[in-house]
Design a protein around this ligand. Structure first.
Ligand SMILES: *Cc1c(COP(=O)(O)O)cnc(C)c1O
Length: 373
């Protein structure tokens, strides 16, 4: 049974909406299709304000600007993440305070956060790795106790849940990615979700080059002018067309990813037991967005062997995230090998199996896994 919900299923609509937009000539952004995307996020996920951006990286940069991050301020975040999670804040002069992850989810270890908080801490940035929620109950308590805002880098987690609440709704801000590699994609794109009204007006200025143009577009003012610092963070309407056509199919896309994930889990169960391999787990109170399916092998040597073994059967398995703290930049901030043991260990042993919207998962021959010695 092949469930069809890949990009080609929405291809016709993608083209139709782009043609529609080209005909109107209003291609620059914040048009009809942008509005439709925002409505889905605001109504379905219960986001106070959604702003489409040119990328998740840029949405993170907007967070740093909105929080007035200054040189010497500190931000707490996991080391096991993509570079943009940290770079957006380093651009404003912040100092990273890297925290180890938990073996169970590869998410930030909530029990290590409080120790790193100082008077200079300006944000706690969490990443819902693979689409599985961080311990938001505990993290929210810490945030309230010290009055430090949470930012969710939700590049993996859109439509996932922690308990009954959607990911992206816990932080003062959350940032989404619609890069080609993500569950929903318009090539390059993102969104900033704002859950605190106090930041809405300024976020619009910053996204529109430091002007109040968004108010002008809404006919709230006669002419627009320079009111703040800012940059060019607004997603083109052409890209919003592509995104909207995919969001229309969100249930089918998420359902298919779930089936792929569950199929791996079921078919690889015995193999994992035989080979001392740990399959990804989802805590019972989390609903995953099924962005990634990963396994943990017993050594990096075994991982190398499995990658080349699977390659022979046409299965392209890959790994990612060289820990940020042991990379060249991390070392410049005083970190060294041994500082975050779980992060260092799992980054050597984790492997991602293919999971994407076009995958014909019923064609995967699981015998090639069982052939592996
Ligand atoms: C993909 C990704 C980003 C960057 O997303 P872009 O939209 O390409 O800027 C940031 N953080 C994480 C965790 C990601 O996986």
């Amino acid at each position: 049974m092949e469930i069809s919900c890949n990009n080609s299923s929405s291809l016709e609509n993608q083209i139709k909406y782009i043609q529609d937009t080209l005909r109107t000539g209003k291609t620059s952004g914040d048009g009809k299709y942008t509005e439709k995307c925002n409505l889905i996020f605001e109504e379905e996920l219960k986001i106070k304000k959604s702003l489409l951006t040119t990328s998740c990286t840029h949405a993170l940069e907007m967070c740093a600007l909105l929080l007035n991050i200054k040189p010497g301020d500190e931000v707490i975040l996991p080391s096991y993440t993509f570079v943009s999670t940290v770079n957006a804040f380093l651009l404003r002069g912040a100092i990273p305070k890297f925290i180890d992850v938990k073996y169970s989810t590869l998410n930030i270890d909530e029990n290590l956060i409080e120790d790193q908080i100082t008077k200079k801490t300006k944000a706690i940035i969490v990443v819902h790795y693979a689409g599985v929620a961080c311990e938001m109950g505990k993290i929210k308590k810490i945030s309230l106790k010290y009055n430090i805002p949470i930012i969710e880098d939700n590049a993996h987690g859109i439509f996932g849940k922690y308990k009954r609440k959607f990911l992206g709704t816990f932080g003062t801000f959350s940032t989404q990615s619609f890069h080609e590699t993500k569950n929903f994609s318009c090539g390059e794109g993102g969104a900033l979700f704002i859950n605190d009204e106090n930041f809405m007006e300024r976020a619009e200025y910053i996204r529109e080059k430091g002007t109040n143009r968004t108010k002008f577009i809404r006919n709230e003012i006669d002419k627009y002018s320079w009111v703040d610092i800012g940059s060019s963070y607004l997603l083109s309407e052409i890209l919003a067309c592509i995104l909207y056509a995919q969001l229309e199919m969100r249930n089918a896309i998420q359902q298919k990813r779930k089936l792929i994930w569950e199929n791996y889990k079921k078919k690889l169960h015995d193999w994992a037991m035989q080979n001392d391999i740990k399959l990804q787990e989802i805590p019972p109170y989390c609903k995953s967005s099924y962005h990634i399916f990963y396994i943990l092998l017993s050594s990096s040597e075994k991982r190398e062997r499995l990658i080349s073994h699977l390659k022979k059967s046409g299965i392209k398995a890959s790994f990612h995230y060289t820990p940020l703290h042991t990379s060249l930049m991390g070392r410049k901030y005083g970190y060294k090998k041994g500082d975050l043991p779980v992060t260092e260990e799992i980054s050597e042993r984790m492997l991602r199996l293919p999971i994407h919207n076009n995958l014909k998962y019923n064609l995967i021959d699981f015998r090639c896994f069982y052939d592996f010695k």
